[in-house]
Write a protein that binds this ligand. Structure first.
Ligand SMILES: *Cc1c(COP(=O)(O)O)cnc(C)c1O
Length: 386
């Protein structure tokens, strides 16, 4: 299906709303069934019929159709956050006593869910170095039901070989779930490599304007119905019609935004690699990345995130460097219009603890839609002062 068709027309039924180009925000909690017979039918088919907005709302349904098409899957669901989008498919596929395998260093709240939340219900998790596919096979137990992936992760950008891992999982009837937020649906489609469930924090590139928190889940029709009829409907962590409308609006420009972000980031990375004030620069689609070949096989392009290790032994200097980078906001999240930095040292409660960690000098950059030279000049000036 053509990308332009998906972003501009798929799922839209303009003749139903005065041929308006922009879809209406269907701000209604419930829908008229008209007859008892019709009510019976609608209740029996809540997955595809608008009966009640905790189930299917027309604005959200339009968005879901676009997300499924972008990921190349049969169906998709949108939920209240990326964290929820990771939790629901995992929950839907485990029972008490089951086991999960996850990559080391997943997204923070995914890790909390797996290490602190699920063990309360008897579900355990083994974390493996995901850069070697055989590590997954070696960690499989008779009760392993889900493998959780994130390729690359969003701070140090380690990749997994998706074809190899999905082959291993299929041989053992294990469901694979991937957090694909780094790439957006445009730069990698994990379903093509056999991954079962593809998740995004739509807060990032899909929304794209730093004004919505949401998550997407894409997979087979059977799997989406399974999640819908259990976790989705019972936990009710839906997005409202207005947020769905904002995400549809974000999708209109996803292609141009991603191209801009990718080109600017590649340009800035190339100018920075080898800079004497940098010990290291980590970017998955730069030849210096240890998994560059795999990145080229799986990903169309690199996204807007890269991480540098500053060449300094003082935490004060790291903090000064960040505070003086005036073209960048210091903020969590990424994927919006605005350039951001996030130093690893903020994760430590005190400066002393941060300095004691080997990660004290890491700073993550997100390149936004600004002019690349405007951002690069600011980084170069900051590095000179360091
Ligand atoms: C932000 C993020 C999430 C969580 O998404 P929310 O929308 O904030 O809940 C999950 N995974 C990755 C990689 C993220 O960057």
């Amino acid at each position: 299906m053509d990308l332009s068709y998906i972003l501009n027309d798929l799922g839209e039924e303009r003749e139903q709303y005065f041929d308006a180009i922009a879809p209406p925000i269907m701000q209604s909690s419930n829908f008229d069934c008209r007859t008892v017979a019709q009510a019976r039918k609608m209740i029996a088919n809540e997955f595809s019929t608008s009966l009640y907005t905790r189930g299917t709302n027309p604005t959200v349904k339009m968005l879901n159709a676009k997300i499924a098409a972008l990921e190349g899957t049969e169906a998709a669901l949108t939920v209240s956050s990326g964290a929820t989008a990771m939790a629901l498919p995992i929950l839907a596929n485990v029972n008490q006593g089951d086991h999960i395998i996850c990559i080391k260093k997943p997204y923070f709240w995914t890790e909390i869910f797996l290490t602190q939340w699920l063990p309360r219900f008897g579900v355990t998790c083994t974390f493996v170095d995901g850069t070697k596919a055989s590590n997954f096979e070696n960690a499989i137990q008779p009760n392993t039901k889900v493998i959780v992936l994130e390729s690359p992760n969003s701070f140090t950008f380690e990749l997994q070989d998706l074809t190899a891992v999905s082959e291993i999982a299929k041989r053992h009837q294990i469901v694979t779930v991937i957090d694909n937020s780094y790439s957006s649906p445009l730069f990698m489609q994990p379903a093509k490599f056999g991954i079962d469930i593809v998740v995004h924090s739509a807060t990032k590139y899909i929304g794209g304007h730093s004004d919505v928190v949401a998550g997407t889940i894409a997979g087979s029709d059977v799997m989406m119905r399974k999640i819908f009829h259990s976790e989705y409907m019972t936990l009710g962590a839906i997005i409202g019609p207005f947020d769905a409308w904002l995400l549809i609006r974000g999708l209109r420009t996803l292609d141009v935004r991603m191209e801009r972000v990718a080109a600017s980031t590649q340009y800035i990375v190339e100018k920075l690699v080898g800079h004497p004030k940098l010990k290291q620069l980590i970017y998955p689609t730069h030849p210096s990345h240890p998994q560059y070949t795999l990145a080229q096989q799986q990903m169309k392009k690199g996204g807007g995130l890269f991480t540098v290790a500053l060449n300094t032994d003082s935490i004060e200097k790291v903090e000064q460097f960040c505070d003086e980078l005036k073209s960048f906001r210091i903020a969590v999240s990424w994927g919006g219009h605005e350039a951001l930095i996030m130093p690893a040292c903020v994760k430590f409660p005190s400066q002393e603890e941060a300095q004691a960690s080997s990660a004290f000098n890491l700073v993550r950059f997100y390149i936004g839609l600004e002019s690349p030279d405007y951002l690069l000049d600011n980084i170069l000036t900051g590095l000179e002062k360091l």
